[in-house]
Design a protein around this ligand. Structure first.
Ligand SMILES: [Zn+2]
Ligand SMILES: [Zn+2]
Length: 185
């Protein structure tokens, strides 16, 4: 199976079958990227950071991929374009998945980034969370108030309809709602 990342640079690099804590993967020694077959990435996120570190050392000198050079990848199994999506919808990690075989491509360094992200997400302490919630509810209230004013202003067509704050409220409200929803509120 050829490396999908190296392929975008015109290089044909055969990936090597390897085992990462008993999870079967295919890795590219050239760019340090990893191909996970269906559901293997989920298992890999339970691996400790130390084990991932040790594993990435094996990959040697490969530099982390510069994401600004990211292009569409092709599934090494099915040869169809991979679909880019944001891991957990809230992280800054973009990974490539195949709709057909559900395999996932991870560039060098991203597995560790995912494990770090999951660790951070799971340890919001209750006090901090309560403080955030209070703040969020307050913002929500303010924005709903502003939304009402904005709607009123549309009717009267006054200057407030050109207020950039009003224009952005939809997006802000949406993220607040999803924040509250995720916490079951
Ligand atoms: Zn590669
Ligand atoms: Zn595929």
């Amino acid at each position: 199976m050829d490396c999908p990342r190296c392929k975008t640079f015109g290089n044909v690099v055969e990936m090597k079958a390897a085992s990462l804590n008993n999870i079967e993967i295919d890795l590219c020694e050239e760019c340090g990227g990893i191909w996970f077959d269906k559901q293997e990435l989920g298992k890999a996120t339970n691996i400790s950071k130390e084990d991932i570190d040790r594993f990435t050392e094996v990959l040697g000198n490969a530099k982390e991929f510069d994401k600004s050079r990211d292009t569409e990848l092709e599934c090494p199994r099915c040869n169809v374009p991979l679909f880019k999506y944001r891991y957990m919808y809230t992280s800054n990690i973009y990974i490539d998945e195949c709709d057909k075989c559900e395999g996932v491509w991870i560039d060098k360094g991203e597995l560790l980034a995912i494990v770090n992200y999951l660790e951070e997400a799971s340890k919001i302490d209750p006090e901090k969370e309560a403080a955030i919630l209070t703040k969020v509810k307050q913002i929500k209230h303010e924005y709903e108030q502003r939304e009402k004013e904005f709607m009123d202003s549309l009717v009267t067509l006054d200057d407030r309809s050109r207020n950039p704050v009003s224009r952005a409220f939809g997006e802000v409200l949406q993220s607040i709602y999803s924040f509250l929803y995720k916490r079951g509120l």
